[in-house]
Design a protein around this ligand. Sequence first.
Ligand SMILES: *Cc1c(COP(=O)(O)O)cnc(C)c1O
Length: 513
Amino acid sequence: MSSTSYRSSRSLDTKQLSFEDVVMTGLAKDGGLFLPSQVPHLSPETINSWKDLTFQELAFNVLRLYIKDQEIPDADLKSLVEKSYSTFRSKDVTPIKLIDEKKSLYLLELFHGPTYAFKDVALQFVGNLFEYFLTRKNAGKSGEDRDTITVVGATSGDTGSAAIYGLRGKKDVSVFILYPTGRISPIQEEQMTTVEDKNVHTLSVKGTFDDCQDIVKQIFGDAEFNSKYHVGAVNSINWARILAQMTYYFYSYFQLLKAEGENSKVRYVVPSGNFGDILAGYYAKEMGLPIDKLIIATNENDILDRFLKSGTYEKFSPEVEVKEVKATYSPAMDILISSNFERLLWYLIRDTIAEGDDIKAGKELNSWMQQLKETGSVTAPKAVVDAAKKDFDSERVSDEVTVETIKQVYAENPDNYVIDPHTAVGVQTAFRNIAKDSDSDSNIRYISLSTAHPAKFSEVVNKALNGFDGYSFEKDVLPEELKALALKEKRIKLIDEASLEKVKGAIIEELSK
Ligand SMILES: *Cc1c(COP(=O)(O)O)cnc(C)c1O
């Protein structure tokens, strides 16, 4: 069974949308997120027949279930997949690595793509999809008639490069990434600004990350600018990103079973922020992949952990005094609200209190989101929380413990394996769960997602490891390819004031060239 039409989580009618609409629009007009109301279910036989497939073959099979072949024929989908993963440095694309023989904890290394972070797995594919749909729309058109898209985004440093590498060189796509001048690390700036493709523009804005984000929001809200330049986003709520991330749950599951035996009970631990990565695991589980548990690992921005423990989805913990997002050692997970969580809530609501009715679920979700917006808090009925707990568990990890975990893994691993701070939040969560497991259930295995290469977060990694004899960041952590970036020429457009007009002016100027 496949599921190839989509609806908004806040929709109050039965209207169905195509995959192309959903990918190119991103967010629904009613403010909701796009989702397939039916998740395809695979039989155990089908799943078993997939166990020896390559990453690319699996990706094709998973995507095929969610995209009609009238929309993208087999041959085209295959070549989109090939192209998207040819940029990865590992032949497995996302290999697993045992880091603790005794406890059977595996890391799923998601950082072998061009920018050394897990977002590449999705964004390499999304960039190719954008180009594919635009090229098809533009067949036979020229000049002014062509459909183009101007992707605008803000980054605090670590995620902008994945969007740039996903969109570089794509026909009819321009990309503008704003970042705060002097507030991102040298490696992050080098990664973004040394890309030579003419369609890539990095705007270094004198201000904070929040200033950058505000400007981007205003650009999206500017109807005139929008209709003229077709502003688009590739942010973490785009359905195609969730979809592309499902593949590595299947792939790693099969790899683990081959290593540990068919009887293994597999639990996934996912360092989480906007809930996109782990949501892909939820879909894999719903599709029939026998995942025992999905464990959310949060840093001190812990809305997800608090929800599972209390049933209240609340922007700020009542205990905190400073009502703002906390800057932690794992910045890619620094959020107040997890945008993709709305998708999970929709399914949970539909299957419990809305008794299977899509429209009732939309109604209920609308009122929850309204309440969240107005009061910063919404409390779920017990049935919904219980349903969430069937699939999910959670832990919260402090900065201090994050550093300790990087140390511990380095010291205990025979080849001094180095993990990044986001990965460390997951690994600590796995350690805590392992400590709780009873000896009688010796078949439990953990796969903790490794979401970034440690070279990208040198400051925290060095803080943890500088005290070890013989440790050297340059020698042990930094890949040659990233080292080489320092020698390349940077292309930066400086915006000397955090002003909407100045940013718009820069965009218009670049586009007119
Ligand atoms: C984006 C990101 C995360 C969080 O993923 P979500 O899908 O937002 O939950 C974790 N680690 C790193 C390194 C990331 O870039």
